[in-house]
Design a protein around this ligand. Structure first.
Ligand SMILES: Nc1ncnc2c1ncn2[C@@H]1O[C@H](COP(=O)(O)OP(=O)(O)OP(=O)(O)O)[C@@H](O)[C@H]1O
Length: 276
């Protein structure tokens, strides 16, 4: 069996992984968190998550890895405040999560459903700032920064229909970043992209994370993606009644090298976990 960090209580990530801007207010603390959904036909409730324990420190890049249907999106939705818990505790920055808040933003797999098709790239990115009634000059400065950060400079006046899938995903990311949430909750954000675009986006995301020091929780069922991105990887057991059964530290420097024997070794350990 793989030697993993058994505790879900937040071991220190390797110093190399820790961005300079880590803040306690960006920390997520989950204790004995359970979620059940009522059965559609009125039968017994479905226990999706049972007594999940997890601490994610401010500025960490944490991966939730698990088989399809185990409850990864549900856990992300609970942290986002879109899904209400059945029992347990879920704290962000020391405060119990009761609803969505500006400190947490979700990036979904399909950018199409989150972008406004009638707004340009710049208008999409500035949307949240406009809602907050920020002045035009400030909106412009912020949108310039994040459009640049995601590599879309020169595309500001295009509409979503004029963009590729990868570009739309970048707009979604820039829009989320422009609102400056402390925590990015990413639900298989690159799952619909072709392999090359996906690889580029993974690299960009690591760069953005290191530049901004945000806490990232990233859902995937792809072990390679998990190892390319994460400082720690939380493995969810198959549902029902899923929990985080193991946490792996990824003590590899960025950018991760697919040809690195240490990468292969860790891949095999994580894979072996699923083969058990
Ligand atoms: N609103 C809901 N009502 C009832 N059951 C739900 C609801 N949302 C999710 N579920 C159930 O919870 C379980 C976990 O779903 P979830 O989407 O969280 O899994 P996942 O690990 O993200 O899956 P995937 O990797 O396939 O996206 C599934 O059995 C799903 O049918």
């Amino acid at each position: 069996m793989a030697t993993a960090t058994r505790t879900a209580s937040g071991s220190e990530p390797a110093a190399a992984q820790r961005p300079l801007t880590a803040e306690p207010s960006h920390e997520i603390d989950i204790h004995q968190l359970s979620k059940s959904f009522p059965h559609a036909a009125g039968g017994e409730a479905q226990h999706i998550l049972r007594e999940v324990d997890l601490t994610v420190q401010g500025g960490e890049f944490f991966i939730l890895l698990g088989p399809s249907g185990c409850g990864k999106s549900t856990l992300l939705g609970l942290i986002a405040g879109f899904v209400s818990k059945t029992s347990g505790r879920l704290l962000v920055g020391g405060h119990e999560v009761e609803r969505p808040g500006p400190d947490r933003a979700v990036v979904f797999q399909q950018a199409d459903s989150s972008l406004f098709p009638w707004l340009t790239v710049r208008e999409n990115v500035e949307f949240g700032l406009r809602m907050k009634k920020r002045k035009a000059a400030e909106r412009r400065a912020v949108s310039d920064r994040y459009i640049g950060l995601v590599g879309l400079a020169g595309h500001e006046d295009k509409f979503p229909r004029e963009l590729s899938g990868g570009m739309k995903q970048r707009v979604q990311l820039a829009r989320v970043l422009a609102n400056d949430p402390a925590i990015l909750l990413m639900d298989e954000p690159f799952g619909a992209l072709d392999a090359m675009t996906r690889r580029t986006m993974q690299r960009e995301l690591v760069r953005i994370w290191r530049d901004t020091g945000k806490t990232v929780i990233f859902v995937t069922h792809d072990i390679q993606e998990a190892l390319l991105l994460g400082g720690r990887i939380g493995i969810m057991s198959p549902g029902p009644s899923s929990r985080i059964s193991h946490i792996y530290d990824v003590p590899l420097a960025y950018p991760r090298d697919l040809a690195d024997p240490a990468f292969h070794e860790l891949y095999a350990r994580v894979q072996g976990h699923f083969d058990e």
